[in-house]
Write a protein of this length. Sequence first.
Length: 296
Amino acid sequence: MTRSTVGKTPVTLLGLGTMGTALARAWLAADHPLTVWNRTPARAEALAAEGAEAAGSAAGAVTASPLVLVCLLDDASVGAALDGVDLAGKDLVNLTTTTPAEARSRAAWAEERGARYLDGGIMAVPPMIGVSGAGGYVFYSGSRELFERHRDTLAVPAGTTYVGEDPGFAALHDVALLSAMYGMFAGAAHAFALIRREDVDPVAFAPLLRDWITAMAGPSVEQTARQLASGDYTDGVVSRLAMQVAGTPTFLRTADQQGVSPELLTPYFTLMRRRLDLGGGKEDLTGVIDLLAREG
């Protein structure tokens, strides 16, 4: 052990895709003793050349360190990689993108095998990992004691945000934010499609779109949260649902005239109309959320 690694928590990382490799390099750069394993050995060998220990099996990698992190394709991959592996006494942190229910089930599965469990949801792309000020972070949920014990080590690749003892909360926050992101991307895609065949420079249009989304999103998200918390969907309304629904035909006619499919807009417009028909004309758009939240 070199002087620089003294006092640094040894880390085992299972999974060396693009994200896993970025995580591995961040811990190596911070001088953490690192053991890696990947189903495709070549990826582990490449990191071995940079100072990691490449294990020949997942079981061997788990044995090497008290802190074991998993970054694989999906929950099924986690189960397959750790099938039959002795996890007793290990601190297992799962950074694999899963559903909240899968995270809760995996936490119970780990605890049955004698491991302490923490779930994580990575809010970053690989180029942001290990880069100070890049804005990337990871949601963590599960054992607070386990999170606090390894907070400094977990903070090496990206910032950390603990969201609760429920092991499913990291995945829930992760997918909720990503779902909002894709909704934003859908709106931006429709906007670019509208100008696509016109003499409008998309590069010049982009900052207008960016600034408009930014100006609308922040206040809207905060007001929606306040209305959900209070139960009063008419509080602070600037543009009533009835007025917004009345304007939707213009968007659909514009799409038709521009030769653009309205398929990204119509599902939301349909929900707006349903809420209006239920008597929500004086509300904000918040009531749409109640239509999405199914019973049971």
